[in-house]
Design a protein around this ligand. Structure first.
Ligand code: KIV
Ligand code: ZN
Length: 519
């Protein structure tokens, strides 16, 4: 008997990007989309085209790059949003517009201030207009989890008639329990039959997002919306890796279903996204947490040595964890081996980025004896966050801060001119950042600072991440800096954030192009 394929709709680049944190630059988004394609997701929601010129630009570049997954843009039920979405995905081989409007009483009354009839009219208009750009149209009843099912049937009939091919039922506020979601999905699937695909989109406010998604599948949903590492607005979305591995590991229950996901790419995808967003999954997170396959207690270790199945229900190799932690490359490794290794880790660099990263790898290999997968990941991530090299750090010199006032002397190259200045601060890092501000002429406000040692050993690299706001009305920008020296890594991270900001500056300013029509 042939299995039912459950479509995996990944919204890491859209709902995931709404995680409190910071914006990714276009190059980083393209890297993530390429890895999602390799992972085998059916639909990549690449962003919300009308939100900013940056989102629009990233979606259109992803549309030109990705060929094996459908590329989708979100759009409110507004002509202006639909137009941006349609144009952004226009060059994709397979394209979708995902439009939505709220259908719960509370949202219609207080947020939209619209009557149910007006909501239906707006939804129908949006879907009809979307048909002018694409054939594949998804319509979401926002807050479906708290919507009246009779009204949802009515709006669903109308939007299917207008051309919608997928009906999505989001539990927007993560309120429902699995048995409640099961009832809603069953009733809607039986009602819609084969007129459209039923999809679900569960938020995790009560920790039920994955359970709700699984219940939805067994009750008729044929698409699930999810994110890598469970990223997303507030408590996040249903985690892609958990849903997929549940279906795979519990074939005894879910043997009738399958996905197109290549589970061996899960770990690489999770690491790529954690590195770029700087949001690490909790250590005990199912499937991809640092400890997910660690066996601490003596009794467990003893059992594992005798037979792995005593305590292991998933083999690490099923998610691609077997290639991990190996000593990878040395200073004699060539460019081809380097490129191949990066590809296995989920990175596909253009020749300029590959050359730059290879040169940095060679410099590192001269100083550091053992280079591990995590070192390479950090190297590429810091390279990607710094593709635009408007400002380049040439020298950093620190004064002894134990006896006097912390101070830094810095040389930065900009437009081929080197400028040196020195400054003081409340601490060494403050002195470094203030001096960079003075030389560059940009005033950054540090929102977050993190330092982590990469891989292991006393000569471990310091990976510094910063989130910096250069303009109060715009999101913070992530910067990554890598060095054997923490202060140098900090300076690189700060300049990386500034360079990323400059590459997105005009694009961020246009945030909420259509906010005057906000619904
Ligand atoms: O949670 C939600 O309702 C959404 C919709 C826009 C699909 O993200
Ligand atoms: Zn959502």
């Amino acid at each position: 008997m042939s299995k039912e394929i459950i479509k995996i709709f990944d919204t890491t680049l859209r709902d995931g990007e709404q995680s409190p944190g910071a914006s990714m630059n276009t190059e980083e988004k393209i890297q993530i989309a390429s890895q999602l394609e390799r992972l085998g997701v059916d639909i990549i929601e690449a962003g919300f085209a009308a939100a900013s010129i940056g989102d629009f630009d990233a979606i259109s570049k992803i549309s030109q790059k990705v060929t094996n997954s459908t590329v989708c843009s979100l759009a409110r039920a507004l002509d202006s949003d639909i137009k941006f979405a349609g144009e952004a995905v226009s060059r994709a081989k397979m394209k979708r517009i995902h439009t939505f409007i709220a259908t719960s009483d509370i949202h219609m009354k207080y947020k939209l201030k619209m009557s149910p009839d007006e909501v239906i009219k707006r939804a129908v208009r949006a879907v009809e207009y979307a048909c002018e750009f694409v054939d594949d149209i998804e319509f979401s009843c926002e807050d479906a989890g708290r919507s009246d099912i009779i009204f949802m049937k009515e709006i669903t009939d109308a939007v299917i008639e207008a051309g919608a091919t997928t009906i999505n039922l989001p539990d927007t506020v993560g309120y429902r329990m699995p048995f409640e979601i099961a009832d809603m999905v069953k009733e809607m699937s039986n009602y819609v039959k084969n007129r459209a695909i039923i999809s679900v989109h569960n938020h995790n406010d009560l920790g039920m997002a994955v359970a709700n998604s699984i219940e939805s599948i067994t009750n008729g949903a044929r698409q699930v919306e999810c994110t890598i590492n469970g990223l997303g607005e507030r408590a996040g979305n249903a985690s892609l890796e958990e849903i997929v591995m549940i279906l795979k590991v519990r074939k005894d229950i879910f043997g009738d279903y399958d996905t197109n996901i290549n589970t061996k790419e899960i770990y690489a995808t999770s690491r790529l996204i954690a590195n770029i967003t700087t949001i690490e999954p909790q250590p005990n997170k199912a499937i991809v947490g640092k400890n997910a396959f660690a066996h601490e207690s003596g009794i467990h270790q003893d059992g594992m040595l005798k037979n792995k199945e005593t305590y292991e229900i998933i083999s690490p190799s099923d998610i691609g964890l077997d290639i991990e932690d190996t000593l990878v490359l040395g200073k004699h490794s060539g460019r081809a081996a380097f490129k191949d290794k990066l590809f296995k880790l989920g990175f596909e660099l253009n020749s300029e980025n590959l050359n730059n990263t290879f040169n940095r790898f060679k410099e590192l290999a001269d100083k550091k004896k053992d280079i591990y997968d995590d070192d390479l990941r950090a190297l590429v991530t810091s390279q990607m966050s710094n593709v635009n090299k408007e400002f380049e750090l040439i020298r950093l010199q620190l004064m002894d801060c134990s006896s006097g006032v912390p101070s830094a002397a810095i040389t930065i190259k900009h437009n081929d001119i080197e400028t040196t200045d020195a400054g003081i601060g409340d601490g060494t890092i403050d002195a470094i950042f203030k001096t960079i501000d003075r030389i560059s002429g940009y005033q950054g406000r540090l929102m977050d600072y993190g330092v982590k040692s990469v891989s292991k050993g006393k000569d471990a690299l310091a990976n510094v991440t910063v989130k910096v706001k250069f303009n109060d009305n715009e999101p913070a920008i992530i910067g990554h800096g890598l060095s054997l020296d923490t202060m140098l890594a900090s300076a690189r991270a700060y300049i990386g954030a500034l360079n990323s900001y400059l590459s997105m500056e005009g694009m961020l300013k246009a945030k909420n192009i259509s906010s005057q029509n906000s619904i």
